[in-house]
Design a protein around this ligand. Structure first.
Ligand code: CA
Length: 225
């Protein structure tokens, strides 16, 4: 999942980024409300952690602007301790949940997981193509009921394809979903991950394959019956 953290406290932002990246998420940081809004409007995030007290534009305003622009990305707002009115206003301006500071990291990640599940209601909790099953919450991938070990990035690339089965997704579309905006390497890194996934999914009875659509991208398709 690709996440955005809008937080001006540098140490908190960095430690959240490290923790979430270690769980396989691609994480972008914005140190103020304006940069946060700009990124949120233009990048495909799965969820946003949005601090309330921010320089430039506060969290309420960022949240309201995003909703006015028609973005439904799940937002977890960080509010001050005992800020009951803040919490009410957070929900009123379109945040999906709030967490008051100081918070514990496991609570934040649990809230984020809950938001990501809710945000993904349009798709089933376990993605299935052929005999491939991907459980994003459990970070588990099986082919014909046998577990396939994937790296965090391989899992994210496969999840991106399996979440849109049969649809062609461009290399840059995959890159935008799986890598954070600090990535400055070659878009062809996606090919390396596709090659690794093909090797790992090349199991008898897999019933699906990753097709290359020349000049367009990749798609995950079930084998013809
Ligand atoms: Ca702050």
């Amino acid at each position: 999942m690709r996440l955005l953290i809008v937080e001006d406290e540098e140490r908190l932002a960095q430690s959240l980024r490290q923790g979430l990246a270690a769980e396989g998420h691609a994480v972008d940081l914005a140190p103020d409300g304006l940069q946060g809004l700009e990124l949120a409007l233009h990048e495909p995030y799965s969820a946003i952690v949005l601090d309330l007290m921010l320089p430039g534009l506060n969290g309420f305003k960022v949240c309201r602007e995003l909703r006015l622009a028609g973005h439904s990305v799940p937002i977890l707002m960080l509010t001050a301790k005992n800020g009951e009115y803040d919490e009410v206003e957070a929900l009123d301006c379109g945040a999906d949940d709030f967490l008051s500071k100081p918070f514990s990291y496991p609570v934040l990640t649990a809230r984020l997981r809950a938001l990501l599940r809710r945000g993904a209601t349009a798709r089933p909790p376990v993605l299935a193509v052929g005999a491939l099953r991907i459980d994003p919450a459990a970070r588990r991938c099986t082919v014909a009921e046998r577990q396939v070990r994937l790296t965090a990035k391989e899992f994210a690339v496969l999840e991106c394809l399996a979440g849109n089965p049969g649809e062609v997704i461009s290399k840059s579309g995959i890159l935008d979903t799986v890598w954070d905006s600090a990535f400055r390497g070659d878009v062809n890194i996606v090919e390396v991950y596709i090659a690794a996934l093909r090797r790992k999914l090349d199991v008898p009875g897999a019933g699906c394959r990753i097709e290359t659509v020349r000049g367009a991208g990749y798609r995950l398709v079930p084998d013809a019956p």
